[in-house]
Design a binder for this molecule. Structure first.
Ligand code: HEM
Length: 495
């Protein structure tokens, strides 16, 4: 009998002690390497939010060391605290950190870990987002913004407006127009033509993604916010869409007027690439362009969702800060006057205060709490005895940097003057990272800023935004800097 007890006790004790030794060794990772770190505790198993961990590492070690260790679940991760080192990782020594941490099995080529795949697709897509191409897409965005304004009209008599569905719809419209050249708002629903089938397919996917909960955001993959169900459907969705789009673009005969959507820009760029070598095969260009776009669809969809989100934050901040709103309207009106009321891409470029307002909204509400990179080999940190080992995940704590009172005094305050030219010049370039930085920065940066700015100009030119009740705003902000949806309830008035 006694041996039975002894056997069952040791049957429990041995696995426990093995597990204990394993975790002791695992959690001793930073200790063994002499790296300051937040000790692993019970919170690891309770899934402490990443942003709290990063904030805690930032607050504790910011002034004493360039890197600090934290455990995300049981994985040791390095948080970069020194802005010079941030610059090295994202920009100067990019070759040593060119991959992102692949936290899901992404079917989106732009987020695939294979560097060669990423380079190929990035090289082809980047020119589509250059300034000259934005100029082409400007008219598309303006049309979507006019619908946005029309849709908001009915709210003039309302006591308050919930801007979330309005902004979401605007972003979806702009996406349809800018990327696929399709009209979402004015198409005739009664006939199920090819275009309408595409529209229907995209609309469902768009709405699902745009309304997806922000909280499932993973560090460093901010442009892929989606639920599990959406991930499962992604593959078949892309195949179906690719077939439909191919037929739709083939319908555009060669002699027909040039479209100014992303697919058309890509087709033209691919054709120009081919024209040197051989006879241009248009069908091949069309096929390649559509394939590239559908393979990056996840990024495109969530990129537009981010734009809607930042637009909502801008409207909310403007409603709360009457002075800023007045200054912005003044800026818009005076520039439009100097352009004889002709709102063009060029005119928008002269609205400097508008630029500052959007920049400050992106600082206060960064879509990525952190940016992630993977070290491709052992990396010695210059001027220190520290080394980042090969295959270690490093995180740049964007939110903690954007809320550092030494960089941005009174960080919770919405103050666009932080982005006037002289103040920006005086700041470290990596103190502001809403769109990442270096060769892997956000490709849609110009497009998303254009989207947000156009909607603001159209709306503020004719409407005044008034704040409705403050729903537990301060406490929400102090704790996690994210806003409750109630905060997007604003009253709209005629000027
Ligand atoms: C306000 C809106 C947006 C914000 C704040 C934003 C921010 C970002 C950030 C922080 C990253 C880096 C992600 C990471 O580190 O994992 C990123 C990547 C990317 N974004 Fe955006 N984005 C926005 C809108 C868009 C739009 C509209 C598009 C496309 C039209 C877009 C296309 C991309 C692409 C293609 C990448 C991947 C770049 C690469 O890995 O080479 N983004 N974005």
């Amino acid at each position: 009998m006694a041996w039975r007890y002894a056997f069952s006790i040791s049957g429990v004790l041995i696995p426990i002690s093995l597990l204990y030794t394993y975790y002791r060794y695992k959690f001793g990772y930073f200790e063994r390497r002499g790296i300051p770190h937040i000790k692993a505790d019970i919170n690891i198993f309770l899934k402490q939010p990443t942003k709290d961990l990063l904030q805690s590492a930032y607050n504790t070690f910011r002034n004493s060391t360039p890197i600090a260790g934290v455990f995300l679940s049981t994985t040791p991760v390095l948080v970069i605290l020194d802005l010079e080192l941030v610059k090295r990782v994202l920009v100067d020594d990019f070759a040593s950190f060119s991959d992102r941490l692949n936290l899901e099995n992404s079917s989106d080529l732009l987020h695939a870990t294979d560097n060669k795949q990423w380079q190929a697709i990035r090289r082809k897509l980047t020119p589509c987002f250059w300034s000259a191409k934005m100029n082409l897409m400007f008219a598309n965005v303006c049309k979507a913004a006019e619908n946005f304004l029309d849709n908001s009209e009915e709210f003039l008599k309302s006591v308050e407006v919930d801007f979330k569905p309005l902004c979401t719809r605007y972003a979806a419209n702009a996406l349809m127009r800018c990327v696929f050249g399709l009209e979402l708002d004015n198409a005739d629903e009664s006939t199920m033509t090819l275009h309408l089938r595409i529209k229907d397919l995209l609309k469902r996917e768009c709405e699902a993604r745009l309304s997806a909960n922000d909280n499932n955001m993973l560090p460093g993959v901010c442009c892929i916010k989606r639920t599990h169900a959406q991930t499962v459907s992604a593959e078949s969705f892309s195949v179906e869409l690719e077939t439909l789009l191919f037929a739709a673009v083939e319908e555009r005969s060669e002699g027909s007027p040039q479209h100014s959507d992303l697919i058309q820009i890509l087709i033209n760029l691919l054709a120009a690439e081919q024209s040197d070598s051989a006879v241009v095969n248009r069908r091949e260009c069309v096929f390649q362009a559509i394939h590239l776009v559908t393979q990056s669809l996840s990024t495109l969809l969530s990129g537009f969702a981010h734009s809607a989100n930042i637009l909502m934050h801008c409207l909310n901040e403007l409603a709360r800060n009457d002075e800023v709103q007045r200054a912005l309207r003044q800026n818009i009106t005076s520039v439009l006057q100097s352009y004889a009321q002709d709102f063009s891409y060029e005119a928008m470029g002269h609205m400097h205060y508008l630029d500052q307002v959007v920049a400050e909204a992106l600082r206060k509400h960064p879509v990525a709490e952190a940016l992630s990179r993977l070290s491709l080999h052992d990396y010695h940190i210059p001027g220190t005895a520290l080394t980042i080992e090969r295959n270690t995940c490093v995180l740049v704590p964007v939110q903690a940097i954007h809320y550092d009172p030494n960089i941005y005094p009174v960080p919770a305050q919405f103050d666009p003057s932080r982005f006037d030219a002289a103040t920006v010049m005086a700041r470290h370039t990596c103190a502001y990272l809403p769109f990442d930085d270096g060769p892997r920065n956000c490709m849609g940066k110009r497009l998303s800023k254009m989207l947000i700015k156009v909607a603001l100009v159209k709306l503020l030119h004719v409407r005044r935004l008034k704040e409705i009740a403050r729903v537990e705003r301060e406490s929400v902000n102090e704790e996690n800097f994210r806003m409750d949806t109630n905060e997007f309830r604003i009253k709209l008035q005629s000027i």
